[in-house]
Design a protein around this ligand. Sequence first.
Ligand code: 8DG
Length: 139
Amino acid sequence: MMPAEKAPLLLVAACALIDPDGRVLIARRPEGKAFAGAWEFPGGKVEAGEYPEAAVVRELREELGVEPCERCLQPFAFASHPMEDGRHLLMPLYVCRKWDGFPDPKEGQEIAWVKPHDLSRYALLPADIPLAAELRDRL
Ligand SMILES: Nc1nc2c([nH]c(=O)n2[C@H]2C[C@H](O)[C@@H](COP(=O)(O)OP(=O)(O)OP(=O)(O)O)O2)c(=O)[nH]1
C-alpha cells in the first residue's frame, strides 16, 4: 500500500522480552481482537498523556502479569506502517532483559519464546516483519 501523504498517527508501544537464552517472547492476538491469530510483540496503544515507556510497563502488566524494570527498557527500533483503516502506525519497539514475575498470558493469548532467526516462521503482523529482521540481525 502506498503511504498517504497525510494520515492520523496511531502511537503504539511494544516490547521484546529477551530471556537468558536470547529468545524473544511473542504473543498471538486472541479471538475477538483485530488481527486475531497474528503474532506480535506485547504492547498496545499509548494513551493520551502517557509516555511510551509507561505504556509498555502498563501493557506488560495487563497482558502478561510481568513487571519490567522501566529503566531497563532499551529503545531498539521502530515500525512506521500505513494501516488499512487510513491511519499510520508509529510503534517504538523496546527490548527488555530484566523483569519481575513469570510471563502468564492474561488475555487468552498464546505466547511463544522464539530464537530471533526463527521469528520469520511465525505469521507476524505486517508492521512487525522488518522488526523481526532487525532482531535477527542486531540482537
Ligand atoms: N501490541 C502490538 N500491536 C501491534 C504490533 N504490530 C502492529 O501492527 N500492532 C498494531 C495492531 C493494532 O492495530 C495496534 C495495537 O492495538 P491493540 O489493540 O493491541 O492495543 P491495546 O491493547 O491498547 O488495545 P485495546 O485496549 O484498544 O483493545 O497496533 C505489535 O507488535 N504489538
